[in-house]
Write a protein that binds this ligand. Structure first.
Ligand SMILES: Cc1ncc(COP(=O)(O)O)c(C=O)c1O
Length: 381
């Protein structure tokens, strides 16, 4: 039985052709015409003024924080419900963290909680240097409100849209609300370069990002360095692959929507089964379909891990929702605002196979396996 994965890459002849085009041109290294074109095409899609193609979204977050002047003695506030990358990037710079809980509407950073925390911090003269708001599972946070709140306190907003290229909030693209936006092209994302990322922002910031990402080498013939830099640029070959993926992104998103609609139609009527809300003020890219189990179901013995185990026994990959950062041992001492919403999402959320390569037959197999798993010990609907 072939294994069904959560979100495998959707690549084929178009990507192979693009990689070979770059290969045959002999631009094998970092930088090159494919990188320039990929950056321009991401700007055309997102409306971002400028872009810097990098080796990962984690590198992009690191540079965004460094360029926001974050360092020891500063605080950076990050969504607690996230993959660990933005939190690690804050630690690379020796800064302190504070975690902000999600809201039920989008599962992303709660803007009103952020506002009340910033008010309290301003009164005590301990405002953070930056806020990193994450757009989870392809859906944007309430970015207009978050940007407005950060602006009113003069705090830099970095938008971690690693999971959200192709998504928008109130008709403005994910990644374009803050001073910096970040996309990931990791192998499990909605589009991939096998590994890679993009930082977007103003032309001035992106010129500096490209310079810092190239070992901060001065533009002179010999090797001249006035400050510490990084080796973070994307290779020309991978950028070519990214361009082919970008062209196919609309059809990939369409397929993710069909998959989500099928799950909802087939499983949504079952008692105790629901899905991550898709807030209609925005447009998700549909990257992952996340199912939620009602609390009664969980207490009756059908937990997210049980569901994942039952699917794994049938060669189907599923995962619990992100485990909040405040529950991670390594960040146990980090101050937290709220926490109940993200705890609840982690307790009840299951990420289902959602990749655009999933066939209708695969989907049927997943749905049948889920029906079996959800019948569980006490759920006898
Ligand atoms: C929210 C979020 N931020 C950052 C990253 C890091 O991306 P990358 O693997 O490209 O460094 C990921 C996923 O990998 C992510 O899901």
């Amino acid at each position: 039985m072939a294994r069904i994965y959560l979100s495998p890459p959707d690549v084929g002849p178009a990507e192979r052709k693009a990689v070979m085009r770059a290969f045959d041109s002999n631009w094998i290294t970092t930088l090159g015409p494919e990188v320039d074109a990929f950056e321009a095409e991401v700007c055309a899609l997102t409306g971002a003024p400028s872009a810097a193609a990098l080796s990962s979204a984690t590198a992009a977050l690191h540079l965004a924080l460094a360029m926001s002047d974050v360092g020891p003695g500063d605080e950076v506030w990050v969504s607690t419900l996230t993959f660990v990358a933005p939190v690690n990037a804050v630690k690379y710079l020796g800064a302190s963290l504070r975690f902000i809980d999600s809201e039920p509407e989008t599962w992303n950073m709660d803007p009103e909680l952020l506002a009340s925390e910033l008010t309290a911090a301003a009164e005590q003269d301990r405002l953070p240097k930056a806020v990193v708001a994450v757009d989870l599972y392809g859906q944007c946070a309430q970015l207009d409100r978050i940007a407005e709140i950060c602006d009113s306190y003069g705090v830099t907003l970095i938008e971690d849209a690693a999971e959200a290229i192709g998504a928008s909030w109130k008709d403005k693209h994910a990644g374009t609300y803050g001073r910096f936006g970040v996309y990931s092209f990791n192998g499990n994302k909605i589009m991939t370069t096998s590994g890679g990322g993009m930082l977007v922002g103003s032309a001035e910031d992106m010129a500096r990002a490209r310079y810092l990402a190239s070992q901060a080498r001065q533009p002179v013939p010999h090797y001249e360095h006035d400050e510490v830099g990084y080796n973070y640029r994307l290779s020309n070959i991978l950028a070519a692959m990214g361009r082919a993926q970008l062209e196919r992104l609309p059809s990939i998103i369409d397929r993710c929507f069909q998959i989500n609609a099928t799950y909802r139609a087939e499983l949504g009527q079952l008692d105790g089964i629901d899905f991550m809300p898709w807030d209609e003020r925005g447009k998700t890219n549909g990257w992952l379909t996340v199912m939620t189990l009602a609390p009664e179901l969980v207490t009756s013995g059908v937990s997210p891990l049980d569901v994942c185990d039952a699917l794994a026994a049938q060669e189907i990959e599923a995962r619990p929702a992100w485990k909040p950062m405040h529950q991670q041992k390594v960040f146990a001492s980090v101050p937290l605002a709220g926490g109940a919403v993200s705890d609840d999402i982690f307790d009840r959320g299951v990420c289902l196979p959602s990749g655009s390569t999933l066939t209708d037959e695969d989907l049927e197999r997943v749905i049948a396996a889920l029906r079996g798993a959800l019948a569980g010990p006490t759920n006898t609907r």
